[in-house]
Design a protein. Sequence first.
Length: 188
Amino acid sequence: MASSSIRFAIVLLLHVILLVQLLPVHSDDEDDHLLQGINSFRQSANVPPLAKHDNADCLAEEIADELEHRPCASNTASNTQLANYQSLIRKCKIDINTTTDGVILPVCVPDRVAPLVLTNYTESQNSGYLNNSRYTGVGMAHEDDWTVLVLATNTPGGSFANKACLLNIITSNHLVSLFLGVFLAFVG
Ligand SMILES: *[C@@H]1O[C@H](CO)[C@@H](O)[C@H](O)[C@H]1NC(C)=O
Ligand SMILES: *[C@@H]1O[C@H](CO)[C@@H](O)[C@H](O)[C@H]1NC(C)=O
Ligand SMILES: *[C@@H]1O[C@H](CO)[C@@H](O)[C@H](O)[C@H]1NC(C)=O
């Protein structure tokens, strides 16, 4: 009896660990505030709010990591060049054909002073993208002085969809945790 309840405890623990790992990676106050600011800007332009987009988030994270050590002076609006853009796309397992209608908006503000970051999006040439209803999803990340937004559309050309891959499907839900649980329940 004792051994079966220990086994049950182990299975339970494993489920908890695996499920915690599968929860959304981060919910960041700074990003949330910026998104609120951008969405009220959109509201005033009569366009629907942007929703968080996981794959765009992944790409924004990779791009922010890339830009991290670049000086702010290279902040020339939206044409910051990334030589390895394709490999960043690949790291996030995104099908590159679903990124062409999206847009990447990096902004560099020393110390990321929040009101300045927001106005760099809403009161610069970036605003023309952010008040546009064709964009529906957003990925956000920040590193050092850089903030990166990746805007996605709800059309195939800008959906930042995953490359078709069976492994993605299996690992993207908690089937793995279930299999492991079932497996352990039968061991011993
Ligand atoms: C993307 O589109 C091009 C041409 O339309 C095609 O050759 C290529 O295989 C596509 N790539 C992927 C990953 O689907
Ligand atoms: C954008 O940020 C820079 C600092 O990098 C600041 O000097 C500038 O005033 C900001 N522009 C807007 C429109 O907010
Ligand atoms: C969006 O911004 C651009 C440039 O800032 C402006 O020309 C356009 O009228 C705006 N569109 C809406 C829907 O507010």
